[in-house]
Design a protein around this ligand. Structure first.
Ligand code: PLP
Length: 438
């Protein structure tokens, strides 16, 4: 008998973010097709994608409009290097992203994944200060529990022990400022109070070290990998003002929270601020192709503009600005415009909040039910040690893809899930929750 796809996968594919030995008891699920919010297993079972396939998918799998754009692009140009050349999809995407920031962030640097975008933003910040005669600005500040990717450079600003501990000797660790996580509210304290308290601590950090700090990097409004830690926009306003005062770049990592996820196209808009550098990836290509982009304002761009080669930003990836990926992103932005997605999502988000309340808020093990835009989450008190994997397995059994982060259950559906499917998702989650706690 020939080996199954699963056996061949276990022999040949090393899976991400996985202790491979765990596959002895919970093997990976072979997926052979996708349609809308559904994934289809090799056995023909349909699985509802409740986490947008790791937060990347916005408009469903095999979306007809994105497929059509990619087919068209495939017949024109699959790839050309972006050093010494340019092409329509890269130009048009840069222009449209700039327009989405009202022209504030008018220069786009492309890469292929989120961690690379983080590295680019950090290098760009440091090098901009260096070019302006401030080479002592060579440290970074990040938020406690922040996540910005797992390459060696990005790990410096990723404050998640599980990902970083083993590699600590390799990493030049950034300083951390306390998280404004609204769950930390003392009795009587509002989320905005927590934000101001965290901002006071940030001010002290910058007072002490601002002269050596090039940039402060954060995930605006929701710290995703920390377990969907949500916080008040007031923190972003304070951070913006403090960064200005201390001549520190503010980097908004919107890799997870951008592209409408928190309700506005960019999360930072909810604070009425603009960052100096903005990282996008994940949803930007609709979940189709690896693409990331760092946007910056003119002042940073001009710090590099010179006859001297060494003052240029000499960073590159082979697939920088890949036309297919950029075209997928353009098709994704078209859908935002054509379907007025942000408005439609406001209704979807209200339903998400209602379903969270109806299904889970009164459960005795549930803590901190919370929601922002198209993200809903809650924490589980006294969860068993292997809660996350048990929940994941039970949810799959019930026909949905949900993958808790530690003791945090979260929902991050693609923007094509409508009421019947969202109800299926929450009903299955309820079943999985009781099984995982049993
Ligand atoms: C996923 C993520 C990254 C890393 O992106 P990769 O493409 O996985 O390297 C960085 N920052 C945030 C906020 C993320 O959610």
């Amino acid at each position: 008998m020939s080996a199954s796809l699963l056996q061949r996968s276990l022999a040949a594919v090393w899976h991400p973010c996985t202790q491979m030995k765990h596959h002895e008891t919970l093997p990976p699920v072979p997926i052979i097709a996708g349609k809308g919010p559904w994934l289809v297993t090799e056995g023909g079972k349909q699985v509802l994608d409740g986490i947008s396939s790791w937060w990347v998918n916005l408009f469903g799998h095999c979306n007809p409009r994105i497929n059509a754009a990619l087919r068209d692009q495939l017949e024109r140009l699959e790839h050309a290097m972006l050093a010494g050349f340019t092409h329509p999809p890269a130009v048009e995407l840069a222009e449209r992203l700039s327009a989405l920031t009202d022209g504030a962030l008018g220069h786009a640097f492309y890469a292929s994944d989120g961690a690379s975008a983080t590295e680019i933003a950090l290098k760009m910040s440091f090098h901009a200060w260096r070019n302006r005669g401030l080479p002592q600005k060579n440290r970074f500040l990040c938020l406690e529990n922040g996540y910005h990717g797992e390459t060696v450079g990005a790990l410096a600003v990723t404050d998640v022990a599980l990902f970083r501990e083993a590699y600590a000797p390799l990493v030049r660790q950034a300083e951390t400022a306390p998280s404004p996580d609204a769950r930390r509210a003392a009795p009587g304290e509002s989320a905005a109070d927590v934000a101001r308290r965290a901002a006071t601590a940030l001010a002290e950090k910058l007072d002490a070290d601002g002269e050596r700090i090039a940039a402060f990097i954060l995930e605006p409004l929701v710290q995703g990998a920390a377990g969907m830690a949500m916080y008040d926009p007031e923190y972003l306003r304070c951070a913006r003002a403090l960064c200005d005062r201390h001549r520190v770049h503010l980097i908004c990592d919107e890799i997870a929270v951008g592209c409408g996820r928190t309700g506005t196209f960019f999360a930072h808009e909810q604070a009425g601020i603009r960052p100096d550098l903005l990282c996008l990836s994940k949803g930007i290509s609709g979940g189709y192709l690896p693409l990331s982009v760092v946007l910056c304002h003119d002042e940073i761009f001009r710090a590099f503009y010179d006859d001297d080669m060494g003052r240029g930003f000499l960073h590159s990836h082979s697939y920088t600005g890949n036309p297919l990926a950029c075209r997928a992103a353009l098709a994704t932005l078209d859908i935002f415009d054509e379907d007025d997605v942000l408005a439609a999502n406001r209704k979807r988000a209200a339903l998400l909040e209602r379903l969270l309340a109806e299904t889970f808020s009164d459960h005795p093990a549930v803590r901190h039910p919370r929601q922002r835009g198209m993200i809903a989450a809650f924490d589980v008190e006294k969860a068993p040690e292997d809660f996350s994997r048990r929940f994941f397995a039970a949810a799959l059994e019930a026909g949905v893809l949900l993958r808790p982060i530690g003791n945090t259950v979260y929902f991050m559906p693609p923007y094509v899930m409508d009421e019947p499917e969202l109800r299926v998702l929450f009903a299955a989650a309820q079943v999985a929750f009781d099984q995982a706690l049993a």
